[in-house]
Design a protein around this ligand. Structure first.
Ligand code: NAD
Length: 355
């Protein structure tokens, strides 16, 4: 066995995983030394928020249900004001990346600590990355102050995710693991987590699409999402995440679906230069051919839009995306050049075969 040099920084988060784990929220509050929590959610997730309120009992300070994508600073200020009015000393962010993004921004701006109860596979709960939109401009940064004190994974809360959201969100999680495997700061422990995360999600997603109430598959998918989120939090992402960030931000595309469509094409571009990552993904996906091809097969089998054009992207919009991606340098195993980038984007636009 050959072990290369590496550095690895563990993040100080507690994870509680299991069916019904949301009922342990008061214990998690106790551990963090908090008395009362304000529950945060998006307007569409008030039913799930009420499950957290019921679990918290007298320690619930109410619900703030105005979380939105991209975390507008006005929403953050309104939530902090409300938390103070209802005498909350902490927040429970329940839902997808939008709810958890609001919780992180509250932690950043006010110091109130959060407990996260993720119900999608996006992985934000495992990272110190925050985002905040001020005057129409989204700023992002890293700060350990935004890390949840506990992350409660309750697979039962995910059975209401539609098959479309489950599939796209699962591929979004797999993208974190793929890029962690060839990250400039990859490490052996993170590579193990990445391989296991891909294995768990790739196995579970078809079963979830067949039956969203399949508890075994829901457990496996959320376990995989945790691992993939931890990979995202521990490493530096490359071309795929940069490209999806630019596509999502400049063309206002849905986050998870964009990741799902683009991933096989970027992996095809990178896998020739990353034999160890390629081998790990082959093991995880149970194939002896290119993992990029296997991932595209998964995307086409699941209820995920097959191309960027299916999301409404037009060919003439891609030049500006290419220019934005090339404008800031970042690590990638295959050097990012204009021709390669154009090829990736036009293939993803058409939903072309991956070869
Ligand atoms: P989201 O929170 O908008 O949720 C996606 C969809 O799932 C929404 O329609 C939501 O209503 C639905 N949903 C959530 N929970 C549900 C449930 N239990 N039952 C039924 N439907 C449910 O989006 P997301 O994909 O979870 O996260 C994407 C956002 O998170 C993006 O803004 C992205 O930038 C951010 N993000 C940040 C990080 C980070 O490290 N900071 C990491 C990943 C994603």
């Amino acid at each position: 066995m050959t072990v290369s040099n590496f550095s690895y920084q563990a993040l100080p988060m507690r994870v509680a995983f299991g069916d019904g784990a949301v009922s342990h929220l008061p214990d998690e509050l106790d551990r963090a030394g908090h008395m009362r929590a304000l529950v945060l959610c998006t307007p569409g997730q008030t039913r799930i928020a009420q499950i957290a309120v019921a679990a918290l009992g007298v320690r619930s300070a109410g619900v703030f249900d105005a979380a939105r994508m991209h975390v507008p600073v006005e929403t953050v200020s309104a939530a902090i004001k409300y938390a103070s009015e209802v005498d909350a000393d902490s927040c429970v962010a329940i839902g997808g990346g939008s709810s958890i993004g609001l919780g992180k921004a509250i932690a950043l701006e006010s110091g109130l600590q959060i407990i996260a109860v993720p119900t999608t596979y996006a992985g934000s709960e495992m990272t110190p990355i925050w985002g905040l939109t001020r005057n129409g401009r989204k700023q992002t940064g890293r700060d350990s102050v935004v890390l949840p004190t506990s992350v409660v994974y309750d697979p039962q809360l995910t059975t209401s995710l539609t098959s479309e959201i489950s599939a796209a969100s699962g591929l979004n999680a797999i993208a974190h693991a793929v890029e962690a495997l060839y990250a400039p700061d990859a490490s052996p422990v993170i590579s193990l987590m990445a391989e296991e995360g891909v294995r768990a999600l790739a196995g579970a997603l078809p079963a979830i699409v067949d039956n969203g109430s399949d508890r075994v598959a829901r457990r496996a998918a959320l376990y995989g999402a945790w691992l993939c989120g931890a990979c995202l939090g521990a490493t530096t992402m490359s071309l795929h995440h940069k490209l999806c960030h630019v596509l999502g931000g400049s063309l206002n595309l849905p986050h998870a679906q964009t990741h799902a469509i683009v991933l096989p094409y970027v992996l095809a571009y990178n896998e020739v230069h990353t034999p160890a990552a390629k081998a790990a993904l082959q093991r995880a996906l149970g194939v002896d051919y290119a993992p990029s091809v296997a991932l595209r097969e998964i995307v086409t089998r699941l209820p995920i839009p097959g191309s960027l054009s299916a999301l409404g992207v037009r060919s003439e919009q891609l030049q500006s995306v290419i220019e934005q991606v090339l404008a800031s340098p970042y690590a990638n195993p295959t050097p990012v050049e204009i021709e390669g980038l154009r090829d990736i984007l036009h293939r993803a636009l058409r939903g072309a075969a991956v070869s």
